[in-house]
Design a protein around this ligand. Sequence first.
Ligand code: DQA
Length: 145
Amino acid sequence: MKILFLNGPNLNLLGTREPGIYGQQTLADIEAAVRRRAEGRSIGVDFRQSNHEGDLVTWIQQARGTADAIVLNAAAYTHTSVALRDAISASGVPTIEVHLSNIHAREEFRHRSRIAAVCRGQVAGFGLGSYLLGLEAAVIVIESS
Ligand code: DQA
């Protein structure tokens, strides 16, 4: 099975970006932990980041027929992007929404996710663990389809 991990804006700064909220780990550390968890389980992991909404839209479109599931941390675009929501919907690829922080316990503007309704579910608040749980959720969704 193939799982596409997509990361949105500013997640390239993890490690130095507000470590009290997002933790000390870099995105490379998170990718390594995801790859370790997937090892020996016939799971192909493709892990990408972009600061550009259009890149994320294109990658979600391309996932149709090439990935079995998407694990998406859309970062700030979570709260704003109708384009991402439409791309997820159009691609038909089961998508798991993940966040390092618990968006529901933060500022009010972070409580609403524009993509949640078209995702299979959401994992938020477990730091790097959100990605590992996202991986397991993707496997469950793929295996039960
Ligand atoms: C985030 C939460 C978003 O509100 C924020 O804009 C991010 C990161 C998280 O992983 O906790 O950039 O998606």
